[in-house]
Design a protein around this ligand. Structure first.
Ligand code: 5GP
Length: 113
């Protein structure tokens, strides 16, 4: 049985539109979007949070960034997007399976909240 929410999604136990999938990662739309485009780029390997990643995960972490760039390009986001990783509950993390948020389609203020 899958344990994390995102494992359940990639194992098709919970329905979700999977926009992209490869051997290492997949991309879904966030169910509660914070911008007109709000995607989650997720490794298939369960790393609970970024600070749990090790040297062994270097390739996966780089891969997620490259997937983000590729998806943004495919969606024609005009090279204007933001990637966010919430690390830990106090930083807003609610699903403990590492993921990148890709936000685009509105003015993204700085500093973030
Ligand atoms: P976090 O808060 O851990 O940084 O991000 C988790 C994200 O997962 C949130 O933005 C939340 O809206 C999204 N999320 C929670 N449950 C589901 C779900 O069942 N399906 C999808 N597609 N996204 C979800």
């Amino acid at each position: 049985m899958s344990s994390t929410l995102f494992e359940k999604i990639i194992n098709r136990e919970i329905p979700s539109d999977i926009l992209y999938e490869d051997d290492l990662s997949f991309v879904i739309k966030d169910i509660n979007p914070q911008a007109p485009t709000h995607l989650l780029i997720i490794p298939k390997k369960v790393i609970p949070k970024l600070s749990d990643a090790s040297e062994d995960d270097q390739m996966i972490l780089g891969h997620l960034m490259l997937v983000a760039g590729k998806i943004a390009d495919q969606l024609g986001l005009d090279e204007t997007f933001r990637l966010v990783v919430n690390n830990g509950a106090k930083a807003g993390q609610s699903v403990f399976h590492l993921h990148l948020h890709l936000l685009s389609g509105r003015l993204l203020n700085w500093p973030p909240g």
